[in-house]
Design a protein. Structure first.
Lengths: 726, 807
């Protein structure tokens, strides 16, 4: 399964029980660089893996090549697929003459395998280091450089890990050739459908290129630099925005020489040298709310932007350094009609040929996206004739309102619930059902949220990063954004579960034990773990396990005060044998208590019996007599249960209090009762009251107190006081 | 050069065997002002003999006043003002005279007793506000004072207001608990610490009598204290010397505060000092008399020599200025310098100190065979250009700067970048002042600008300030975070205002999550822990610079590296000195304080001057040190009874550092050790971080780099070390390893006696003595398994003190 176009599978041949080889066809117009890919089988789906597409001759690294003398000679126009093991340095030789151009790029971190931060070095024929490149901003931790030779002879290219790490999974692709290798571009964006002349930055040999931005694109697209000398091995990101923009016209390093632009629109430029700042001006109207967002580091430019917006009189209106993660973001309300100015500079006043930026200024538009919680790989497997679920969260920016979430492009035979997420809330489950005859196929599913508001067409799909490389503290060091959920229909799972719906309502401030039944395939004895992945507000669920030799278990569900009084839909998640399934949802009715007990605050002494009064308020009629018991009594205090009917208004419990009952205030004394109905029992639990147990009156004790012993005479004659004794 | 000449003259003057010139009479203080009716000042007279010995003649002098009715010289050997006026006092001792100007003012006015200038000094002298008593953080038995009086305002409240003012009895001042407790008249766990008539009781009583008044706002503050005489040479056990303490105040007045100063001796066996400031000589030695008053501490140096001692000064060449200064000091101490070490010792010592490893057999043989009289200088020059020199000094600085991988703080990549940056700087001979400026003013990502790692490793402005003071100035400020430094001049004000230079270090994330970007945020202040006030950045013992609109760190870096900075160059020079001589002139080098004075201040001053003159070129200073006679002395003192370890009269025997020892084992045996994150063949001194992954280094004291303190590296012996050398796998693997030295020699079928010679040359840079040859050859010949027997010989050599120690 592929997350984008250009690669298809021709065939897959099993090697053994655990591996297979696949033959892929790469289309001639397939984009260079990395592409996301997954492997689906009849029982599941793999994590996301990256495959990189290039245009050069592919060769494999041949060991030994860890010493200068062992470096194999490779022709220009080669991609070497190699591995850096611990403290490994891989050498490759290329022959250059003065004036020869050499472009080198290594893909390592971008392959999404190990946390492999590669370093490139180039040595001249005499062994002098000519280039050392570690992190090239455009390539994250990967490196690339362009070098023009001044010497004749064998040059060595060395690939290593920046901190001398390495291992069997430290794969790299080293591209060596004369291809154009720019490290930035300007302008950094344009309108879909338009043709833009871009200037490649960082490689003077790359020149300019005319780009047609595809129709119907939005956000970030990828550009490939190419000319007569070849094709760059990886792409450079580029913004597709509904509006065009202006390119800076130097000099524009002050208010008086600001380049004219417009809003909504973009302002593109390059901070070419240290200390430079670029100014743009634009017309603005009073009360316009405008968001200015710099695109620089987020798109691989080294510029650490600082953005300042000035009012027509030149005073500051807003400024920012890093509000958009690594770039600047300012939202302002324009106070008056007039000509406003904005400036861009580097935070540390640096500059350079590749310090490109694009400031996008636009009125604020609502934005909606979806993501899946507790689903890091962004996959789901639905076995035939079974249920599974997703927890979908919606992110609303600059609006609120109810959102309906639907799964689109589902395979045939797969259906899914489409929950309505109320205004102000974000999370709801989606229950997916696979029909018994659903075809065993895969699909890239659109998880689409739509605003349910008359006249609105606002919708948004999945916006989620799949973690490829973990950083410290469970963070994502390197990941790939996906906009589709990878779904696979599998052959039947070895079990399914169902939740037995309760036959009577449940009242608040109580709990109910629910029965979950499992149906097992013959011979399946796996333990099935159960929990409630999502519950309506006010409810709390326990967990349970169905042992391998059983098919039924009870699971506890708390219904607290404040739970909405309505019939909810609930379901239980079940996992075993690598499957994540769930029960079909069942109705669960919540009602107010039928009878309210109020426990009166009571006090007594140790050893002294007392009567505890409970006021009974009847709300709903029921038949027969019920038994009420006190719970939460301290040790040594007991009371016999009392009977009551729908006509009782007060209960009086006779408490016996032991001599050694603990002294104190006990604030969890409550009435527990079970009301029997023809359909089942309804548990009731009152709000807690207070019981105070005290020590008996001290007068009784004093009489028995022993006489105090005579005090010993003090040892020293020294005074204990500051007052003189004379 | 003037300074050096003066010093040579002094040295000559003090030497017993030099012909005598005349005696000199000096009177302290050199100028006396009596400012009120209570002002009574001591005067002491000292005769300096031509051989440098000083005699306290205060009891023997006669005083003549130039004018009548101005002052009187009492039986207590103190001056009392009798009427206002100015005159001179002529002090006479035999044929010698000296004059002292005297000013008497306000002789009729009785000053009010003040809390800060009269009562608090008495409390401090009585020891009430020490950490063991009421100065502890919780106080003692309900009564708390600020430690060493760092917060007079608090102490005033404590005494006059706390516990419903029960410590003061205004009606019956003598019955005040503040007095009856320390007098011991009522229960007092601290016992009786003051007595009527001791100069402590009286100001306290008087202050209560006057109504326990708070200090007026314009009260003169203490600005400095001086101890007299500044140095003394006492001859013979029992000889005495008085010391007097004079305090300077902000209104220009001075006061004799000897009675309320805390006096102590650094070595009670050499010299004792009593409460009245009278010291009495004990055995031979050098000692410091420390005086603490208010927030100040000063020392006076005293040398005690046996009665009538005469030392024969040997013929020793002064190879450069270092020898001149060292010999001058040794002459004062009557200690002759040791002989020059032999060539074998020298090459080993120079290799270990300069390159961090012992010489190879070939290197030793070539050096021993060289007949050039300047071969030692030649060797030093060659070694200074070798890459291992970079390893040694990069490691030293990496240790001081705490270059280490720290989870969630500094990634291994940042650590390597930082380490490489240091290596490149040392390799390129980057002047140390430039390095410090790059480091302190660093901005940008810590991957792209490795100097910025300095601010990644430490984030707290207070700790940054402490580290900078300790690493670059050798000053430990830590104590002053919570209270005024008890043994130094640094106050809490100094601490927080120095920390304020680091209040505006900005940090933010980079596009690489492992990287931090450091910048000057231009905002943020450091607050005083007691007052809560924002502190303006202020140089230590210096001005409050204008930092408006500037990067404070850059301002600080300029001050630290400016030629006027009194510590920077000397501290760097002293760190270098300590590496080669085994002890600093101030030792440890990162604990510069008044009460830890340099053993040879003139030498330290000169080394600092040279550091600047050489534009902070490390190699030039190392060359001076290693080519001096002082560095090349034998470890055997000329006088067997000489146990001096601080005046460089002979070389110190030191255990090799963990890295030196392991690298030496590898070099001798020819079998490599694998270090974490470094390819096989790398040396221990090239390990970038604190964690090397090698047990040997840890057990022999390689620091984990958790602090900047030089004390984190320990050379202390312990049982684990001995056991590891004897039974551990490091030496065992190294000796037995295939392809190593012994294995190769056996494979080449070298005769066993020659193998033993070769092992000796490799391990201890010499051939065995005849006795050693006989014993070892006999052992090997008698053994059945020759390989095992030779392994035993090799093992014994690597376990010998001669191998393990630098000598």
């Amino acid at each position: 399964m592929f997350h984008d176009t250009g690669i298809e599978m021709v065939s897959m041949t099993p090697v053994d029980d655990k591996s297979a080889t696949a033959l892929l066809r790469v289309a001639p117009d397939c984009r260079v660089g990395t592409h996301g890919m997954r492997v689906r089988t009849s029982s599941g789906i793999s994590d996301l893996e990256m495959i990189s597409v290039g245009t050069l001759t592919e060769i494999q690294e041949v060991e030994p090549n860890n010493k200068e003398a062992e470096a194999p000679e490779i022709p220009l126009g080669t991609t070497v697929n190699g591995v850096v093991t611990s403290e490994d340095v891989d050498y490759y030789a290329v022959t250059l003459n003065p004036g020869d151009r050499l472009a080198v790029e290594v893909e390592a971190i971008r392959l999404g395998g190990a946390l492999f931060d590669p370093k490139l070095r180039l040595f001249g024929p005499e062994g002098h280091e000519r280039v050392a490149e570690d992190d090239t901003q455009m390539f994250r931790q990967d490196a690339g450089f362009v070098y023009t030779s001044t010497e004749t002879g064998k040059h060595l290219i060395a690939v290593s890990e920046a901190a001398y790490r390495g291992g069997g999974d430290y794969y790299y692709r080293l591209h060596v050739g004369q291809f154009p290798r720019p490290f930035a571009v300007t302008p950094m964006g344009g309108a879909p459908g338009s043709q833009v002349e871009v200037t490649w930055l960082g490689d003077t040999g790359a020149g300019t290129q005319s780009i047609t931005i595809p129709e119907n694109t939005d956000g970030v697209i990828q550009l490939t630099a190419q000319n007569d000398a070849g094709v760059a091995p990886s792409t450079i990101p580029f913004r597709a925005t509904p509006f065009g923009g202006v390119q800076e016209v130097e000099p524009n390093n002050g208010h008086d020489v600001a380049t004219q632009g417009a809003i909504s629109g973009a302002f593109d430029g390059v901070i070419g040298e240290a200390g430079d700042a670029d100014f743009f001006k634009f017309e603005g109207k009073a009360t316009q709310v405008v968001e200015f967002r710099v695109w620089a580091r987020a798109l691989g430019s080294p510029l650490d932007s600082v953005l300042v917006i000035y009012k027509p009189d030149g005073s500051g209106l807003g400024s920012d350094d890093d509000a958009a993660a690594v770039d600047s973001l300012v939202r302002v309300t324009l106070p008056e009609d007039g000509v406003y100015t904005l400036s861009v500079r580097d935070h540390l006043n640096r500059g350079g040929a590749t310090f490109a930026y694009r400031v996008e200024a636009a009125t604020v538009e609502p934005h909606l996206s979806t993501s899946l919680i507790e689903n890091r790989p962004v996959t789901t497997v639905i076995p035939q004739n079974n249920y599974t679920y997703l927890l979908c969260n919606v992110a609303r920016k600059d609006f609120d309102g109810p959102i309906k979430v639907e799964l689109l492009d589902l395979p045939a035979g797969v259906t899914a619930s489409s929950p309505l997420i109320p205004q102000g809330q974000g999370l709801r489950p989606i229950i997916i059902h696979g029909a018994p005859d659903a075809a065993v196929v895969g699909a890239m599913v659109d998880v689409r949220g739509t605003l349910q508001q008359e006249g609105s067409t606002l919708s948004g799909g999945l916006d989620q990063e799949v973690r490829l490389i973990a950083g410290n503290n469970d963070t994502t060091f390197f990941g790939e954004k996906v906009d589709r959920l990878a779904m696979a229909v599998s052959v039947p799972a070895p079990f399914s579960v169902e939740l037995v719906p309760p036959t009577v309502p449940t009242v608040t401030n109580t709990y109910r034990m629910l029965t979950v039944k499992a149906t097992r395939a013959e011979g399946f004895t796996g333990e099935i773990a159960l929990h409630f992945p999502w519950l309506p507000p006010g409810m709390g669920g326990g967990t349970a396990k169905i042992p391998g030799d059983q098919n039924e278990v009870e699971i506890r569900l708390e219904v607290r005060n404040g739970t909405p009084i309505e019939t909810h839909e609930i379901f239980v998640s079940a996992s075993s044998a690598g499957y994540l399934l769930c029960t079909p949802p069942v109705p669960f009715e919540v009602q107010e208590p039928w009878v309210n007990f109020t426990v009166a605050a009571t006090a007594t002494d140790q050893g002294k019996p007392v009567e505890l009064a409970v006021n009974v308020e009847q709300k709903v009629a029921y038949d027969g007599a019920c038994k009420a018991e006190l719970i939460g009594l301290p040790k040594g205090v007991t009371a016999e249960p009392l009977e009551f009917t729908k006509d009782t208004t007060e209960l009086k419990f006779n408490l016996t209090v032991a001599e050694d009952a603990p002294v104190g205030k006990f604030e969890a004394v409550a009435v527990n009762t079970v009301i029997d109905t023809p359909n089942g029992t309804v548990l009731h639990r009152s709000a807690p009251g207070e019981l105070k147990v005290q020590k008996p009156l001290p007068a009784a004790l004093q009489a028995q107190a022993p006489a105090p012993a005579a005090e010993a005479a003090p040892d020293a004659p020294k005074r204990k006081t500051r007052f003189p004794t004379t | 050069m003037l300074k050096m000449k003066t010093l040579i003259a002094m040295g000559t003057l003090l030497l017993a065997i030099v012909p005598a010139s005349s005696e000199e009479l000096t009177v302290y203080p050199s100028q006396i002002t009596l400012s009120n009716a209570h002002d009574i000042e001591r005067l002491i007279a000292v005769v300096t003999r031509p051989d440098g010995v000083t005699l306290d003649v205060t009891n023997e002098v006669t005083l003549a006043f130039g004018a009548e009715n101005v002052a009187a010289w009492g039986e207590d050997k103190r001056l009392h003002g009798t009427g206002d006026g100015e005159t001179t006092i002529t002090v006479t001792h035999g044929d010698l005279t000296a004059t002292v100007p005297l000013v008497v003012q306000n002789s009729g006015s009785v000053p009010a007793t003040t809390f800060s200038n009269d009562v608090l000094p008495a409390i401090m002298r009585a020891g009430c506000n020490t950490g063991a008593c009421h100065g502890s953080a919780q106080g003692k038995n309900g009564f708390r004072l600020s430690l060493f009086g760092f917060d007079p305002g608090y102490d005033f409240i404590s005494l006059t207001r706390d516990s419903r003012s029960r410590r003061i009895n205004a009606a019956l001042p003598e019955e005040s608990l503040m007095l009856t407790k320390p007098l011991g008249q009522v229960d007092h766990e601290g016992g009786s610490v003051i007595q009527p008539g001791d100069g402590l009781y009286e100001p306290m009583l008087q202050w209560i009598r006057e109504g326990t008044k708070a200090d007026p706002a314009d009260l003169p503050t203490l600005t400095n204290i001086n101890i007299y005489p500044p140095e003394a040479v006492l001859e013979g056990e029992g000889s005495q010397q008085r010391f007097v303490l004079m305090a300077d105040y902000s209104d220009g007045t001075t006061r004799d505060v000897t009675d309320s100063t805390v006096l102590s001796s650094s070595d009670e066996l050499t010299l004792t000092v009593d409460a009245a400031g009278v010291s009495t000589a004990g055995g031979k030695g050098e000692v410091y008399v420390m005086a603490r008053y208010g927030t100040f501490a000063v020392v006076s140096k005293a040398i005690v020599i046996p009665q009538g001692m005469v030392v024969e000064w040997p013929e020793v060449p002064e190879k450069n200025y270092i020898d001149t200064f060292v010999f001058n000091k040794l002459k004062k101490l009557r200690i002759p310098p040791a002989e020059l070490c032999d060539d074998g010792t020298f090459i080993r010592r120079a290799f270990v100190d300069i390159l961090g490893n012992i010489p190879s057999e070939e290197e030793t043989q070539a050096f021993l065979a060289d007949a050039d009289p300047a071969k030692r200088e030649k060797l030093v020059d060659i070694l200074l250009e070798r890459p291992e020199f970079v390893d040694v000094w990069a490691m030293k600085w990496a240790e001081a700067l705490r270059v280490a991988e720290i989870p969630n703080v500094l990634d291994r990549k940042g650590m390597n970048r930082y380490n490489d940056w240091l290596r490149q700087a040392i390799s390129a001979n980057t002047p140390m002042d430039q390095l410090v400026r790059e480091l302190l003013g660093a901005k940008g990502g810590n991957f792209t600008n490795p100097a910025a790692n300095f601010y990644v490793i430490e984030r707290d402005p207070l700790l940054m300030a402490e580290n900078v003071a300790q690493v670059f100035l050798g000053i430990q400020l830590k104590c002053a975070q919570c209270h005024n430094h008890p043994f130094e001049r640094w106050t809490m004000d100094d601490y927080y205002s120095f920390s304020a230079f680091f209040a505006q270090v900005g940090r933010k994330g980079s596009s690489d999550p492992r990287e931090s970007i450091i910048f000057n945020s231009g905002g943020g202040e450091v607050k005083h822990a007691n007052t809560g006030q924002n502190m303006a950045p202020k140089f230590l013992a210096g001005e409050t610079p204008d930092v408006a609109g500037k990067d404070r760190r850059v301002v600080l870096a300029e001050w630290i590296t400016s030629p006027e900075n009194p510590w920077f160059a000397k501290n760097l020079a002293n760190r270098v000195w300590a590496h080669f001589l085994g002890a600093g002139i101030v030792d440890p080098p990162d604990d510069v304080r008044v009460t830890n004075p340099p053993t040879n201040p003139m030498l330290l001053e000169e080394l600092g001057d040279k550091m600047r003159e050489y534009n902070y070129d490390l190699r030039k200073l190392v060359r001076d040190i290693c080519t001096s006679y002082t560095y090349q002395m034998s470890t055997h003192p000329r006088d067997p009874g000489n146990n001096d370890a601080r005046n460089f009269s002979h070389a110190q025997v030191r255990r090799l550092t963990s890295e030196q020892m392991l690298d030496a084992i590898v070099k001798v045996t020819g079998n490599d050790v694998k270090f974490a994150n470094l390819p096989l063949g790398a040396t221990a001194s090239q390990v970038a971080g604190g964690e090397s992954g090698v047990y040997f280094l840890k057990v022999f004291g390689r620091p984990m780099r958790e602090t900047v303190c030089t004390c984190e590296r320990t050379g202390d012996p312990n049982l684990s070390q001995s056991l590891h050398l004897i039974n551990g796998d490091t030496i065992d693997n190294a000796i037995k390893g295939a392809g190593g030295l012994l294995d190769s020699l056996l494979a080449e079928e070298v005769p066993h006696d020659q193998i033993i010679d070769r092992l000796y040359l490799a391990a201890v840079s010499r051939t065995p003595t005849e006795e050693e040859k006989t014993t070892l050859n006999g052992y090997v010949e008698a053994a059945e398994n020759k390989r095992e027997a030779l392994e035993d010989v090799f093992w014994s050599m690597l376990n010998s003190k001669e191998f393990i120690f630098q000598h």
